[in-house]
Every structure is written in structure tokens, then in C-alpha cells.
Write a protein that binds this ligand. Structure first.
Ligand code: ATP
Length: 284
């Protein structure tokens, strides 16, 4: 069985504070996109687990989140899984690629074994693999709170085009959290306004509220991210922001032609650019 592991965007991302356990409380409106990895899953009767992770630098053993998810799902059944990933989602880029692969494996195994676990049960398993996995199981749009695992479903984005651009550098997630912690005051996204705009099907209202608190603490890389955002908005994006801890930047467009022009312009400057659309869920 081959399923798509859809990438995610943080339309907004807020860090509310840091708990005694060291984890940060987040508040984010998340959305899946049509762009993603292909994940091929086959059951094995001898209980073995193998993976082709699709890139030489990704773990090809039990450390891969796709294998973790498969082991968890098949625990106690005597069955194993052969997993092959065609990797498209950029790695360590804020698009939740590992979590998406894990969620795709859970959905595939649910269908292949005929176990028919409910979405809630699958999400519960996913939470044991990683905090973004429950969202990737659910797909569509949701407000994610806590570490990202507490989900409230939201309406999907209205029809639009999305341009993604991953500049050729990654950003250290622990470093960004440390910088956030050092800030006495910080800007916050208008999360409530963004959710109201989603409810109203108001694309422009959503797009102008896309904001990620990490953009405020980027240091030297901030100018590269700002340049991509400027190009996107100059070329017609209704809004643009960085997703997760970066470095992927997205722009939301009402016009597909404008999005295509922006994608072409960015592709001249950056190797990893994609043109996609929102994904509202609904695949096995
Ligand atoms: P997030 O937005 O959730 O913070 P990310 O997009 O920044 O995620 P990922 O690409 O999901 O980050 O992966 C980050 C780490 O997870 C890498 O160090 C990678 O080695 C590990 N990993 C394990 N399994 C996978 C997988 N199937 N695909 C990608 N990365 C994986």
C-alpha cells in the first residue's frame, strides 16, 4: 500500500511559556499541504522491520519515526513491516516530515491489518511517537496546544495556492527556544483572529495573521527569511511566514498564476521551492 505523508505548516506559532519539565507550551494553528512523501508499507509475516528512508542521511533503523510507529502499531501481533519512503519533504525544515511519515505508516497499517482503529485511537498511538504525529494522523487544520498534541479541529483553508521555499540552511530548534526564553517581552500572533478568519472562510484574513514567534529571534538568518517573505508578498502573496522552527517559508496566494510566478522567481534563487495547495484530509 502506498500512502502520502502530507507536510504541515504552522500558519501561526506562539510559544506561551516553559513548564517545570523543560517543555514549552505552544499554541499553533496547523494545516496540512498536498505536498508530501510517498510511503510504501507491506506487512511481513516473520515480524521483521526494514526501512528504506529515501535519503542516505536519514536513520534506516528503529530510530526512524516511521519504524517506531510501525513497531508500536504491530506490537504483540507477530507481524512486521517493510517500509519504503520517497522523501520529498525537506528534513529539519519545520514541515514535520518525520511525524508525517509516522502518521502515514499508522494509517496504512490500520487499513492493511483491517484493525479499523478510530482516528482518536490512532492519534493516541501517534502521540507516543512524537507530539506532531497526532496532527499528522488527523490532517486538515487544527489548533494545536500543549506540546502540539492537544488538538481542536478547525475548518480548512479556503481554496488557494501555496508557495514553499526552503533556503539552503537549517535553523537550530533548541537555540531558537533558548533565545525565546531570554526575551522578556515578545510579539504574539493573533491566534483567535486567525481562527475566526478560518471559520469565516476569509483567506485574506487568515493570510495577514500568519505569524511565527520564532521569526522575531532569528538573528543573522532573519534577513534571508525576510527577503523570501518580501518576494512572496511583492509577487501577490496575501501573507507569508516561516513554518515551525524553519527554515521553510510559505506564502498564501488567492491567484494560482501569481503563485506560479512567485515560485518561478524564487526557484531562480533557491534550489528547494514547491508550488502546492492546502490538504484538508480524507485519504486512507
Ligand atoms: P518539526 O516541524 O516537527 O519540528 P522538522 O520538519 O523540523 O519537524 P523532521 O524533518 O521531521 O524535522 O526531522 C527531524 C529529525 O527527525 C531529523 O534529525 C531526522 O534524522 C529524524 N527522523 C527520524 N525519522 C525521520 C523521517 N522518517 N523523516 C525525516 N526525519 C526523520
Amino acid at each position: 500500500m502506498i500512502v502520502t505523508a502530507h507536510g504541515k505548516l504552522n500558519l501561526s506559532l506562539d510559544v506561551l511559556g516553559r513548564g517545570d519539565d523543560g517543555y514549552h507550551a505552544l499554541r499553533s494553528v496547523m494545516h496540512t499541504v498536498a505536498f508530501g512523501d510517498d510511503v510504501q508499507v507491506e506487512l511481513t509475516s516473520d515480524g521483521s522491520f526494514t526501512i528504506d528512508p529515501g535519503q542516505s542521511y536519514l536513520p534506516a533503523d528503529g530510530r526512524n519515526l516511521a519504524v517506531k510507529a510501525a513497531r508500536l502499531f504491530l506490537e504483540g501481533t507477530g507481524l512486521g513491516a517493510d517500509i519504503r519512503i520517497t522523501k520529498r519533504i525537506p528534513v529539519c525544515a519545520g514541515m514535520g516530515g518525520g511525524s508525517a511519515d509516522a502518521a502515514a505508516v499508522l494509517r496504512a497499517l490500520n487499513a492493511l491489518t483491517g484493525r479499523n482503529m478510530t482516528a482518536e485511537e490512532l492519534s493516541g498511538l501517534g502521540a507516543q511517537v512524537g507530539s506532531d504525529v497526532p496532527f499528522c494522523v488527523a490532517e486538515g487544520s487544527a489548533l494545536a496546544e500543549g506540546r502540539g498534541e492537544q488538538l481542536t479541529a478547525l475548518p480548512s483553508l479556503p481554496r488557494c495556492s501555496i508557495v514553499l521555499c526552503k533556503p539552503a540552511f537549517s535553523i537550530s530548534t533548541p537555540e531558537l527556544f533558548a533565545r525565546i526564553d531570554r526575551r522578556r517581552s515578545r510579539l504574539h500572533p493573533d491566534t483567535a483572529g486567525l481562527m475566526a478568519a478560518l471559520e469565516a472562510g476569509d483567506l485574506a484574513g487568515v493570510a495577514r495573521r500568519c505569524f511565527n514567534v520564532f521569526e522575531d529571534v532569528l538573528g543573522g538568518r532573519g534577513s534571508d527569511i525576510a527577503a523570501i517573505k518580501s518576494l512572496l508578498t511583492d509577487m501577490g502573496a496575501l501573507g507569508a511566514a516561516m513554518t515551525g522552527s524553519g527554515s521553510t517559508v510559505f506564502g498564501l496566494f488567492a491567484s494560482e498564476d501569481d503563485a506560479k510566478d512567485a515560485w518561478e522567481a524564487l526557484s531562480g534563487q533557491h534550489q528547494e521551492c514547491w508550488l502546492t495547495r492546502p490538504w484538508s484530509g480524507g485519504q486512507a
